[in-house]
Design a protein around this ligand. Structure first.
Ligand code: HEM
Ligand code: HEM
Ligand code: MTE
Ligand code: MO
Length: 344
């Protein structure tokens, strides 16, 4: 009898826990901009993900047993297994440095896309292959075993980190968020990325106006009045797995408000809306840190990078950096009253 033959209910439950933690920390890794927090979350995510590799020998026994008696739901199980291979493969490839893009997509984009589909399939799989937790599952023994699995996952994670460092792979240079450097101080080499389905709009610069709204006032500002002289060096860190450091030049939002509609006396948040409808909401107290940029690295923004003006949101992930800004509006609603990630 092999060491893995006792595999069963608890293996499946362990996988359920690991999948949940991996998905949760993955989503968190995309939400945080702070480097110290990102370091912990991203390490925890890598360890959780690699625990799946640790559990594979036991799950293989379970799966072989299940495959011997074909019944509905088998296709889902097999598709799930293939997706998990892709998720772990792209995750490790990204961490080591093979980030892409390949044929236009990064390893990270495939990773997250596959993880979202896998989560749906896993829900179906758990539904059709129900496992009932028992009282006895919460014991000193399971705790020790769970600790051993987590420890082995941490070892595997350290091994990927050590491999990247010792072999001087590009992965050794990545940021706390896991992102790889691309096009710093050279915007032409920086990728043009849209969040999901948004696209570069055609904007006629002479007809362009920025609408600024606060305290019942609304002012349309031509581009010629938007040339600020504040320069901010900030990191654009895309959740697609790359980042770039640039000198951004423009006007701070607090100054923009003060010189157009006047410093707002009421309102809690600022809605920044793109020509395309893409939008993010920020707390009003951030206005002094947010830059409406017209220039990057000393040159006007290209259409792809947000011309005529785009938002620069230091310490926030790329999806906050609204491009092609059409409107800045002070609103009463709290900043957190919005989807955690944009919808387009
Ligand atoms: C990484 C995620 C997972 C993969 C790739 C996976 C894959 C598979 C495969 C290929 C089978 C055999 C075919 C079948 O019976 O449909 C199977 C069976 C099964 N799985 Fe999963 N599974 C995963 C997670 C889970 C989870 C989270 C649970 C429950 C909490 C679970 C419970 C079961 C059960 C009860 C069986 C049937 C075993 C038997 O008939 O003896 N699986 N799984
Ligand atoms: C449930 C599914 C998931 C599993 C099993 C999984 C697993 C993994 C694994 C094994 C790695 C490589 C760790 C390493 O070698 O250091 C990884 C990396 C990564 N994953 Fe996931 N992941 C999942 C979902 C997600 C989601 C939903 C996101 C984001 C929304 C995400 C974001 C990341 C990022 C940013 C990295 C790179 C970390 C680094 O560079 O150290 N993952 N993942
Ligand atoms: N209007 C609009 N702004 C947007 C996006 C978008 O899809 N639409 N994508 C965001 C994301 S996810 C990132 S990473 C950055 C990318 O900026 P870049 O294309 O200049 O590199 O723009 C952000 N601003
Ligand atoms: Mo992004």
């Amino acid at each position: 009898m092999s060491a893995f033959a006792r595999a069963g209910r608890r293996t499946n439950l362990a996988i359920l826990v690991v999948l949940t933690v991996a998905f949760g920390t993955g989503a968190l890794a995309f939400a945080v901009g702070d480097e110290a927090a990102a370091r912990i979350i991203v390490a925890g995510h890598g360890i959780a993900g690699l625990c799946l590799v640790v559990l594979t020998p036991w799950k293989t026994v379970v799966a072989q047993r299940g495959l011997r008696r074909p019944r509905p739901g088998r296709g889902t199980s097999v598709a799930l297994a293939i997706l998990v291979l892709i998720i772990v493969g792209t995750g490790v490839a990204h961490a080591l440095g093979a980030a892409g893009p390949y044929l236009g997509v990064t390893a990270m984009q495939v990773h997250v896309g596959a993880a979202i589909v896998a989560t749906a399939l896993a829900a179906v799989h758990v539904w059709v292959r129900t496992v009932h937790p028992r009282r006895a599952d919460v014991s000193r023994r399971t705790l020790l075993r769970a600790g051993a699995v987590a420890g082995a996952g941490a070892l595997l994670w350290s091994a990927t980190e050590a491999t990247a460092a010792l072999a001087s792979l590009p992965g050794a240079q990545r940021r706390a968020t896991g992102s790889h450097e691309r096009g710093s101080d050279d915007p032409a080499e920086m990728p043009v990325t849209q969040w999901l389905t948004d696209h570069v709009p055609h904007i006629d610069p002479t007809g362009y106006r920025l609408r600024v709204v606060a305290s019942g006032r609304s002012v349309d500002v031509p581009f010629s009045d938007l040339r600020g002289s504040d320069v901010v060096r900030a990191v654009l860190d895309c959740t697609g797995g790359w980042y770039a450091v640039q000198d951004w030049r423009g006007i701070r939002l607090d100054e923009l408000l003060a010189t157009t509609v006047g410093t707002p006396s009421v309102g809690r948040s600022i809605d920044v809306v793109s020509v395309t409808g893409y939008r993010r909401r920020f707390p009003l107290y951030d206005a002094g840190r947010l830059l409406l940029a017209s220039h990057v690295a000393g040159r006007p923004l290209s259409p792809g990078h947000g011309a005529p003006v785009r938002l620069v949101a230091p310490d926030r992930r790329g999806f906050w950096w609204v491009k092609w800004v059409a409107q800045v509006e002070v609103v009463d609603a709290p900043w957190w009253l919005q989807p955690p990630f944009p919808g387009r």
